[in-house]
Write a protein that binds this ligand. Structure first.
Ligand SMILES: Cc1cc2nc3c(=O)[nH]c(=O)nc-3n(C[C@H](O)[C@H](O)[C@H](O)COP(=O)(O)OP(=O)(O)OC[C@H]3O[C@@H](n4cnc5c(N)ncnc54)[C@H](O)[C@@H]3O)c2cc1C
Length: 389
């Protein structure tokens, strides 16, 4: 972070802080010896916590290993739209993977949304679960056709939605495709509740415990940074970038950085979650925060390591916010990154055909709330020999 930025007029004085950071936390011990368990889950973000919870609920003996602190990876810095509308993707996926596979992708993410919704209801989790429509909009004439094509893809796939030539927000838009009944929430209280349930079911969590090496086999052997050994029948890498040496993930995945602001605004927010079709992307959603409505404004994505000065990205978001939303104050600003894959499909499943007891879930392309959730369901089902989806 560029220190000169800290004195920038109108920006929060903290170097970087996220709207999610000031919430309740949990603390767990470091692993202090060798272990033998059924299943080791590596990484305590939305994927690892949901996976660990589901496996413990299914009666397995599970440990969750986290290099730093739980929920302090990308999940702790997300904007937490819970939606199967992953930008303009369905028309492209139909042409690359066919209608049937694309429908499976949609249904999996719809089921991810419904899983979270059901958990929130079942456990009465106070996490600001709010259902709203999701929009991809464009102000650019040359993107209107892409929006039309996306809507046609929705019709083919039976996705509840609509084509519109304006949006409820007071920003320029020529066309939009809307996906109905999506949601937004606060992921930290939601995931802390799953974590608490995991512990209640006998699961163990170790923080400050970095997996350095996995010798895959039956059983698997994990070595941690402190030199401890964990013997486990199954190992699941939910570590964002996989912990396995094989798999050539460095050649098949790339990290994208994105930036976000949480702003106080005088705008009477009309509801909805929005993302622009054109670059630089602009993502907008509301958040209820300490009795106030903030707007989360995200965007300025670029390949990690290839961006302009960080300050320029925040300034671009700030001027977009000021132009459109009567900004009173910028409360938070932060950046983080997420991995994408070459063909935009996430990697969820066995690490390789030769390693039936080691699993991976990653590559969500900044849509990990639904995909990370359904990845956990798929992995649990694979471990229990059920046909995934
Ligand atoms: C700016 C931004 C906005 C986003 N907004 C949205 C959104 O609105 N909706 C949406 O669906 N998605 C969104 N995403 C994407 C979403 O946040 C991510 O896809 C998701 O949080 C990834 O979760 P995860 O559990 O896979 O990874 P993480 O949350 O990163 O968790 C991985 C964990 O593994 C740990 N770890 C790593 N290596 C090791 C190791 N060797 N040993 C032990 N532990 C290890 C890390 O410390 C970390 O805690 C956004 C992403 C970005 C960047």
């Amino acid at each position: 972070m560029n220190d000169s930025y800290r004195t920038d007029a109108g920006m929060p004085q903290q170097p970087e802080s996220c709207w999610l950071a000031s919430t309740e936390q949990r603390a767990f011990d470091k692993l202090s010896g060798d272990l033998k368990v059924n299943i080791a889950v590596v990484g305590a973000g939305i994927t690892g916590i949901t996976t660990a919870y589901l496996l413990a609920k299914a009666g397995k003996e599970v440990v969750l290993l986290e290099a730093g602190k739980v929920l302090n990876g990308t999940t702790g810095y997300t904007t937490a739209k819970v939606t199967a509308q992953h930008h303009l993707i369905y028309d492209e996926f139909i042409s690359h993977f066919g209608e049937e596979n694309t429908r499976l992708y949609y249904e999996a993410n719809r089921d991810g949304l419904n899983f979270i919704k059901d958990m929130v209801a079942e456990h009465a989790i106070e996490c600001d679960w709010t259902e709203e429509d999701a929009y991809v909009y464009t102000a650019a004439e040359d993107k209107v056709q892409a929006i039309r094509n996306e809507f046609k893809a929705y019709e083919k796939l039976g996705i509840p939605g609509a084509y519109m030539d304006s949006i409820p927000l007071p920003i320029p838009a020529r066309a939009a495709v809307v996906m109905k009944n999506q949601a937004r929430f606060h992921p930290i209280p939601y995931l802390l509740r799953l974590l608490d349930e995991f512990v209640r079911l006998g699961g163990r969590v170790y923080e400050q415990t970095t997996v350095q090496k996995v010798e895959e086999g039956i059983p698997n052997f994990i070595t941690t940074d402190a030199g401890h050994r964990i013997e486990c029948l199954d190992v699941v890498s939910c570590s964002h970038f996989p912990v396995f040496e094989g798999g050539m993930y460095y050649a098949k995945m790339h990290a994208d950085s994105s930036y976000a602001l949480a702003v106080k605004s005088d705008l009477e927010y009309p509801g909805g979650m929005y993302i622009s079709a054109e670059n630089p992307k602009r993502s907008i959603r509301a958040v209820d925060y300490n009795g106030e409505k903030l707007l989360l404004i995200g965007g300025e994505s670029h390949k990690t390591g290839q961006g302009i000065d960080t300050i320029k990205h925040y300034e671009a978001l700030k001027s977009f916010a000021e132009q459109n939303f009567s900004v009173r104050e910028i409360a938070y600003r932060w950046s983080t990154n997420d991995y994408g894959t070459l063909d935009k499909m996430p990697y969820i499943g066995m690490n390789s055909n030769n390693t039936p007891n080691s699993f991976v879930a990653t590559g969500y392309r900044k849509w990990g709330m639904t995909t990370g959730t359904i990845a956990a369901v798929i992995l649990r089902d694979m471990m229990f020999g059920k046909q995934p989806l």
